[in-house]
Structure formats: structure tokens, C-alpha cells
Design a protein around this ligand. Sequence first.
Ligand SMILES: *Cc1c(COP(=O)(O)O)cnc(C)c1O
Length: 354
Amino acid sequence: MTGVMDISVTKVQRSKLQDTNLENVPFGKYFTDHMLEADYADGEWKKVVIRPYQALQMEPSMAALHYGQAIFEGIKAYKDEKGDVSIFRPADNFRRFNQSAGRMNMPLVPEEIFMEGMRQLIALDKDWVPAYKDHSLYIRPVMFATDEALGVRPSATYKFLILLSPTGPYFVNPMRILVEEKYTRAAPGGVGFSKNAGNYGGSMLASTLARQQGFDQVLWTDAFEHKWLQEVGMMNVFFVINGRAITPSLEEGTILEGVTRASVIRGLEEMNIPVEERRINIDELVAAYKAGQLTEVFGTGTAAVIAPVKELRYKGYSMTFDTDGYRISPAIKTWLNDIREGRIADKFGWMVKV
Ligand SMILES: *Cc1c(COP(=O)(O)O)cnc(C)c1O
């Protein structure tokens, strides 16, 4: 990635890095010294700057707060043993970001601003990328509407930011999951495939109610029958039945096209495990469980990579799993982390050097 775009850089007077213990960085809590910022107005992206991470000024009437035009991405960069930093599949996130932008009636962000901006920002804050095992730099691009007026219409102005957050291993205990039968996350024709802020807002009540009953998350089902399986919390979901890995297909537009999902599918193929992307419903799952054929259930996403499920509850019936006996998902997780942290060859060209 090389570019000619001119990004003006204002550096911090004093780095916060020496006050930060990179060996102990919980997810999403610390931010690096700098951020990238670009503003859209009059039909074009104006200035692109890298400047110290700091509070933003906003008017109470700012459109994103009222009408929800806000989208984001989540990407990770890793430092290898030589100290080189590489970003995991950023072009896939770039494509998805603009897909989300299109659905939310927001302007597209040019590749140069997204990709080259991200590269330059990470290069500047390279010392913040933790080199410890299972640590990474979490990259958060975000865009939101900034018009300062009420009235429902697509905003004429937007802000695009890239934030960087060093992060340690994201421990996920095996999850207890409730199959959701009342609330829905996404319906055909809706915004389920886009990574917009409102999808998260809309999901929180169901998760909170599930948590009050002792579960960690919900397994989302379709809007009409509450039978067809979509995602687990804010992760894509995989089921291993009879040695075959099954994950809900994307074509209805109700599922987020996870980069981890796509990577896991490649990994399964590498391990000669057949993969089926198709519709799958809860009755098939229960039948497979009762027949002793449902051996693994897990979620996938950038933050946790792979999160095993130890219980699925549907209409008062509990399906339980011995996650210590899982073979496929831990192997895939190790394989993915080995590629990302440079321990095995990256034959797919997934790692993009900063
Ligand atoms: C971000 C996200 C995922 C996971 O996508 P990755 O690219 O693997 O991080 C899955 N589901 C939802 C709803 C998401 O927002």
C-alpha cells in the first residue's frame, strides 16, 4: 500500500505510551497517541489529518445522535518477532465498510483515505502495537453524520475517524446461549448485513434479558418463524454436525459477512472439513443433538476470534457441550493466530505490512 495522498500530521507533545502497560490492556480501554480524521462536505472528502487522540466538538443537534447514520469496522494488526507490524485482511473490512455506508445512505470513503490513512496512522503509533502472544492492535474506523440540524434526511456532512486501541487476549469463557424467540436482530430488506451502530443498540435488551436468566448471549433467529439461525450475539455462528461445519448463508442480508467467518471457512477447507453455507433451523440442530451428531458450536469475530458455546437453550430444553472436547474450533483458532502473529506462512496474502 503506497499512496500519494497528503495527510497533515500533528504529533503529540508527550506520548502516553510510557504510562501504559501493554502487557495488561483490556479490550477497547486504551487508545494510542494519535487518530485519523477526515471530514466530508459539499459532496467531497476535504481534509485528512492525523492528530492527537482527543475529544471532539459537537453540537447537540448533531444528526448521528438523532437519526443513527453511524457505521464502524473492527480490524486487528499484529507485531511479529522481527517487530514488523501487519494488518489482517484490511481490504475486506474496507469493502464491508463501504457496503455499510451504501446501505445507510452515507458517502463512500475512498480507498486511499481508509487504507493509506490506516497504514500511516499505525506506522506513526507502531510502538503501541503489543508484541506479546495473543495481543494485537485493534483498529476502529468509524463514520457518522455531522449535520447540525434536526429533520430526517441523509446528512450532508460526515466525519470519518480511525482510532487505535492496543488489546490483550480477549478471554471468552465457554458461553451459555439462549435461542431468542421474541426479539429480532435483522430481517430481509433491513440493515442486518451492515455494521451500523443501531444494530448494536437494538440487540442490547435481548442480551440483557438473557443475562438476567444466566445466559451470556442470545442466538438470533429469523423474524418470521423464530427458527432459522442467524448469529450468536454479535458474532457469526458455526455448528459441527457429523463432521461437517455448517454456517448460515449470507444471501438474505440478515447476517454480517464476518472476515473471521470467511477465514474460518478457509481454515476448515485446509483441514479437509466439509463446509456448508446454508439455511439451518433450530429443529435440525435439536435433532442432530439428540442423535449425538452435534459436536461443536462456536461464534467467530475479530474481537474474540473464536468463542465456544457450552450450552444452547431452546424452549426450556438444554443442549450441553463438553467444550474441553472440542477439536475443530481450537485448531482453527491456533491456525489463525499463528498466521496473524507470523508463526506460520501466510499463503493467502492476508497480512498487509504497514
Ligand atoms: C463485526 C460483526 C461480526 C464479526 O465480523 P468480523 O469481521 O469477523 O469481525 C459478526 N456479526 C456481527 C453482527 C458483527 O457486527
